[in-house]
Design a protein around this ligand. Sequence first.
Ligand code: ADP
Ligand code: MG
Length: 754
Amino acid sequence: MSEPAPIVTAVGETPEASGGLWQTETARVLSTRLGRMVGDKTATALATLGLYSVGDLLRHVPLHWIMGAESSPLDELREGEYAAVVADVEHSGRVGQHPKQRFVATISDGAHQVELTFFAGGKYPKAAESRLAYWEKLLPPGARGIFAGKFSYFRGQAQLTNPDFVTIDASGAVVGGAARNRAMGRVGQSEGMIGLYPQTKKAKTWDIAETVALVLDQVDLADPWPDWVRERAEVLDLMSAFRAVHRPSRSDEVDAGLDRLRFDEAFRAQLTMARRRADADHWTAIPRTVGEDGLLAAFDARLPFSLTEGQRAIGDEVLADLAQERPMQRLLQGEVGSGKTVVAVRAMLAVAESGGQSALLAPTEVLATQHAHSITALLGELAHGGGLLGEQATRVVLLTGSMSAAERRAALAEIASGEAGIVVGTHALLSTDISFDDLALVVVDEQHRFGVEQRAVLSDRARARPHVLVMTATPIPRTVAMTIFGDLTVSTLRQVPAGRSEVSTVVVDEQANPAWVDRAWQRIVEEVGQGRQAFVVCPKVRPTKDDPARSVTELYEALTEGQGAPGPLASLRVAMLHGQLPSAEKDEVMGRFAAGELDVIVATTVVEVGVDVPNASVMVISDADRFGISQLHQLRGRIGRGRHPGVCLLLTSVEADSPARERLDAVARSRDGFELAEVDLAQRREGDVLGANQAGARSSLRLIRVLDHVEVIEQARDIAIEAVRRDPELSDPGFVDAITETELAAQEDWLERN
Ligand code: ADP
Ligand code: MG
């Protein structure tokens, strides 16, 4: 993206050209595709950063800001991050012999060091020699330079391999380096401060800076908020904020600019929540009430255990909600294994009792199938609706995308007639050819895989608004709940049913203790010998080039057939389970495992959510560092569900003091999902607060860190409430655009994931 592209200005575009979507000129300009303003080549490069519109670019704020003379903080660099740093060469020199010779240098910002390695290449000795000589000349001890590339860590030491660089003098002027890297000089030369942007190979920080400058010169944006909002929030106007973050002269300007942009993010989210709450006020639902001796009472009477206090209390709240004329909008969050399913089943039975239907949405077919089976089992004779019990029974119907045409027709008929009181499925339940007789309740299991959009789509399928119960095992800190789920009432199940077993978690460092890996497989053999079962989890299905992580197929073979000698699990009944298997096969494997006909499943994260096999007591997670904290916690939740203490072994080859290892240690230390969720959030940076999985998170929450910015979120919520008070329809053009933008982002997110 080096050559400046022809400039096409967005100004003069007719409203029709942009679909007439926006109320304000500001929103229109911000939504302009970058290609129209900076040229296709640059736009293509910026797309590698997920930047598509003018607004995306202007909101892409630098990670660090440096003065020409000031060094960048080397200790803030993360594994895998592209960055440019200004630093001095401490020592440098040649290492190794032809054909593996290289030039290494240690650079420092005074406090922290980075190891640079330049590979000379081995084919042509002369060329290699001239490269080495070039580096030697440019990067002797004492030289100062700007170095950019992808950072990695080795034994806790930051590394840059074959970085781009230029050398600079004390004034920041470029004095050496490749011509194509001259633009890096901006980093050293600017009058004010220079931002170092998150970058990719195709879109480097100095090019981003140049493009931002180009765009900033072309646009002049009126502030989208009414004056009173800006006054209450005490923030800069929008244009000043963009200038402040992209071209500051002092660091307090940066802070003021960021404050404004963060406020905007939080405020857009809160306005959207306010809008949804206001809309929900107009919705009516059919109240569903239960009798003393109805289906629910019959179910409670035959439950093999007594409900925990939490299950009972939340159950009462849910029943009270269902009896209202307003649709329930409730989020049930609860530790893995806390027994959320029973709460949902009771709600669905309450609805069935009054003749209504429920849809239970699960994130995977495996989970949907399992839910259907376990709910049917839990209901026992109460699931034989249409039979002798008549009114006192209902039917559970499973609907998945992979059913045969005949099965599907039968299921659809039962759904349409209303015979099926409980319909379980994946998002296939959302397809338009499904009509319910009287859809009264939608239960969404494991919300983190579902978006707001999906809830909306399903809701549109009912005659009246259905009640909605969303369940998640990923504990959600209060601020996140406020930001993402502001339209839901939150209930929390903190208790895990009595009689749960301990799960001990151990990190196995494969480099330091290779023998422990054999011990891990041995442990599985021992547990199976005791009648238990085991999971082995891998991060991917098949081997891939350039990635040493073991796949399901590789590990399955190594564990069973082995090479030469039989594998360590050769004597056991082992099967593979992963998303690429045909559904029937997945169901079969899961079914055999649940029935105790298999000892070990080697799987991907398809077992992550909800799989409930109480007899499983061991889980070995291969390349555990590839998983996030919440994911590991979820995975581990699959064991220790019965009477047997569990053991979870996290195999890893990462360095002992790397951030990845810290995550694993945190998981080993704590079994408290709430505590882990906070560690998880604290480790993340802006932009991936909830991962791409959360509704709207990818595109609408870039700067807000939910743990750090509690005050901004609360302030934004207060101002949003005030906005509704002043303007009940939220008809101010700026508000309308903010809500449109958030909803679009949520939709895009959703589409991307499905
Ligand atoms: P999660 O909240 O993770 O979805 P589940 O609903 O799958 O948890 O429940 C886990 C297991 O605990 C299931 O086997 C379920 O039957 C059992 N269970 C639920 N509630 C209780 C209870 N009150 N007492 C004993 N076991 C329970
Ligand atoms: Mg569950």
